[in-house]
Design a protein around this ligand. Sequence first.
Ligand code: SAM
Length: 225
Amino acid sequence: MTLINSPFFIPEAQLKKAGSFATLFGNDHPLALEIGCGIGDFIVQIAARHPEQNFIAIDIFNQGCRQTCTRIEESGLANILMMRIEARYLMHQYLGRNSLSALYINCPDPWPKKRQRKRRLMNREFIDLVLFCLKDGGELNFSTDFADYGESVGELLSLDQRFENLQQQPYTHDLADYPVSKYMRRFLDLGQPIYLCRYRKKPGLEIPLPQLNKGFRLRWPSEDH
Ligand SMILES: C[S@@+](CC[C@H](N)C(=O)[O-])C[C@H]1O[C@@H](n2cnc3c(N)ncnc32)[C@H](O)[C@@H]1O
């Protein structure tokens, strides 16, 4: 594991010490999160379009974090910070209620085998956590190349009365101006459709902090974290 020595890389201890992302960014602009940013090609595109927002890119793999930091440095953007941290842990421990104006999840690990599906990030429990973190009107953006994943997330979200659908259908293959990530590009180049779900949290909901059960890649809550 190579040490990441970038001013844009925030170790967990630094966030804990600062107390908030607003302190780390030096302003209280609306906050957006990308989970599983890979090598960072999506985050630099979306952050360049929204200089009025702050963006956190997270991934659990060191190599991706390092490459994303390089992309951020090359972009010259000052509204992105990178963390190596598990998504549910960050959201549960550090992002408070109504803290996010947008959440982006692109081509998460699809776990295609039936017996592996319980490892998928997107499920009812996670959606409760997303709703807890999103502000009124905050956006949940999810894309996948995997048909079964796209269809099931589209169904879950379109049936959830706490969301307003920003599209006509539970999911769409029409990306319009949505930025394309490395994995999305890979599948588009193979002629395969991307399933895109874009939803908005309805205003006035009281979402309690959900209890998290241990999940794949989520060691916490446990004694040894
Ligand atoms: C298939 S890659 C997609 C990368 C990128 N989003 C793209 O579309 O090009 C999935 C990424 O999610 C990261 N990841 C998987 N589970 C995660 C979790 N629970 N928390 C944070 N990152 C996660 C992986 O390390 C990997 O980089």
